[in-house]
Design a protein around this ligand. Sequence first.
Ligand code: BJW
Ligand code: ZN
Length: 253
Amino acid sequence: MDALQRARELVGGARSVVVLSGAGISAESGVPTFRGEDGLWKSFRPEQLATPAAFAADPRLVWEWYAWRRERVAACRPNPGHEALARFCGARDATLVTQNVDGLHRLAATDHAGKSVAEAGHELLELHGSLFAVRCTGCTFRRAHRDPVDATTRDALPRCPSCGGLLRPDVVWFGEALDAGVLGRAFEAAAAADLCLVVGTSALVHPAASVPLAAVRSGARLVEVNPEPTPLSSLADAVLRGPAGTLLPALLS
Ligand code: BJW
Ligand code: ZN
């Protein structure tokens, strides 16, 4: 039996599914990954851009990088991999946990059902926040924010309407805690799942990468979709080596 057939059987026999996705699922939409050959970390140093210390030291530089990424991602559309997952999760007892901040899973679910993710009965947990939201560095203010950001000078950076503090991207940087409620729901879904599908992640960043480990510890089968091996590959019951945009429609149809 080939790996696709084996994986299709595991999906077909599953009662409750937890999915963990990463940057690879959006690669075919034109969103750069982090650690690949053309990944963001090949040209930018994470400690200079994706940490609270980096923002404190040079908020203009950090905003310039995020403004560039927001513009690039805003032009991207969900691909057949996002769409297959949206259809699958809308029809099944499935929780979609993503590390991605690009909003493409949300867009695919909305496009698919013509209504909001929650109305579509689809639980989507964005572990690392959103490129298109901001929060205040001085108070609890946060909101969606899609307008272009002027990062040419520090004075032009967006400010909090409530306290005047600097606004920052509402994403989770290295060394920062993930939202406890969102992370708790991801681990609950992992504990309840009898199948875990991991797509397009190097599975190096924790606690996100611990979600499939928790599912396996609770007895779930594991299916991985990734062109490259990861630390999870040796635990998988089926490994599909190739692009998510082709393999997910074949797996989930
Ligand atoms: C395809 C494909 C195609 C290509 N189809 N596939 C335990 C052990 C070790 C370290 C730690 C640990 N616990 C915590 C840590 C520290 C740290 C960490 O994990 N470090 C490791 C790197 C060593 N974690 C943290 O700091 C986290 N916080 C934390 O633990 O807080 C503790 C705390 C508690 C209480 C108080 C205070 C603190 C936070 C981590 C935040 C990560 N943030 C980022 C940036 C988000 C914002 C932004 O985008 O700017 O999140 S880093 C970056 O990595 C981003 C991603 O979500 C994340 C994961 O990357 P991902 O998605 O896996 O992408 P890639 O590029 O790595 O992989 C792409 C994959 O796709 C590859 O495998 C390709 O082969 C594949 N692919 N094309 C399918 N077409
Ligand atoms: Zn504020």
